[in-house]
Ligand binder design. Structure first.
Ligand SMILES: [Zn+2]
Length: 351
């Protein structure tokens, strides 16, 4: 299902994500020569509605229209058919950022769809090409700063990620993501560029890709602790399917029924803020004594009670915690999750 190209096809630099289908037959790997060998790998549109990566690549390639690239560049344009419909993925398709090979989690990554095989083919191909580094460009739907995600605690990964943002998130769940597959073969980062259609998101991603293309090497020495805010994703928060979701929670609203949660309307404003214990996130039926949230830690354990409790019709935090990617978009909540919980990690430095 993968198309290989060694040139920029006509129309690619000016088309919209929804118009790509007229130019590309499907998922496509475009390999472009540059001054230095060892290609930089960049993937865009693994989620068809996250268009910032395409816009970044378009402006970068436009900049080098009459110039040689400083380094070989391999661009993977992912879910072209979902992009045509402005969706993360189509019904019947897997999520293109959950089907990458992952060593160490064989039981969770045993899928063998056409998409699994394609992602394996890409990783093997880039391994053979001695890939220099990997960047996967995404958007999210809540209110979040721009930040990088890594799956390995390694100085080269820290240096790569902090070229994009001083805010860096380390995670090992969910598995099957692009940056985790590439972490086995080169420094790899996922960059979260805020909401789609924000021009500064595309400009930031384009600048980042350009500076990586121009790097001779990625340093392996320690990073200064004041140059990075490192967080660790410790759990994934979802809403069980039978619970109905609202974002109109406040103290004087009518009493919710037992199958409803009324989150506070500014839930996504809590992202990347360190919350105290006893912060109210939403409102539930006053006699409800089971948590209307599912929280799964990195080991796959259900740990909702470690972070949340319901009391007197309110859903509270029980300890200091920092949310990320909390979203008000019900489609995303149902297809993926409500968001993640993080804890700050110390950055160790040799004296
Ligand atoms: Zn995404």
């Amino acid at each position: 299902m993968l198309t290989f190209l060694d040139h920029i096809p006509d129309g690619l630099l000016s088309c919209s994500a929804s118009g790509l289908q007229a130019i590309l037959p499907g998922p496509t790997l475009i390999q472009l020569p540059g001054r230095r060998p060892r290609p930089l790998f960049v993937s865009v549109l693994l989620h068809g509605n996250e268009t910032t990566g395409l816009a970044a690549i378009q402006s970068l390639l436009d900049k080098y229209r009459d110039k040689q690239l400083p380094r070989e560049l391999c661009i993977f344009i992912g879910n072209v058919t979902a992009a045509a419909q402005g969706k993360r993925h189509l019904d019947g398709q897997p999520d293109y950022n959950r089907v990458w090979p992952c060593t160490g989690f064989a039981d969770e990554c045993a899928g063998n769809t056409e998409e699994h095989r394609m992602m394996r083919q890409i990783v093997d191909h880039m391994h053979q090409r001695d890939v220099f580094a990997s960047i996967d460009v995404h958007n999210n739907t809540g209110l979040n700063p721009h930040y990088g995600c890594i799956n390995k605690l390694d100085n080269r990964f820290f240096h790569l990620a902090t070229q994009f943002s001083r805010t860096v998130v380390y995670f090992i769940r969910p598995t099957g993501v692009q940056s985790m597959a590439f972490a086995d073969i080169c420094p790899a980062v996922t960059v979260e560029c805020g909401k789609p259609d924000q021009p500064h998101g595309a400009a930031h991603a384009a600048d980042f890709i350009n500076s990586c293309l121009s790097l001779a090497e990625i340093p392996a020495h320690d990073i200064a602790s004041h140059d990075m805010d490192l967080f660790h994703t410790v759990a994934t928060v979802s809403v069980p399917e039978h619970i109905r979701i609202f974002f109109d929670g406040d103290d004087d609203r009518r009493v919710p029924s037992r199958d409803e949660i009324h989150f506070r309307p500014d839930l996504d404003h809590l992202n990347f803020h360190e919350l105290d214990a006893d912060i109210t996130l939403g409102y539930v039926h006053p006699q409800l004594n089971t948590l209307p949230l599912q929280v799964i830690d990195e080991q796959g354990n259900a740990v909702a009670a470690r972070y949340f409790r319901v009391h007197d019709g309110k859903l509270h935090t029980t300890r200091e915690v920092m949310p990320s990617m909390f979203t008000l978009d019900e489609t995303v909540i149902r297809q993926d999750c409500l968001g993640y919980l993080m804890e700050r990690m110390p950055v160790k430095e040799d004296e």
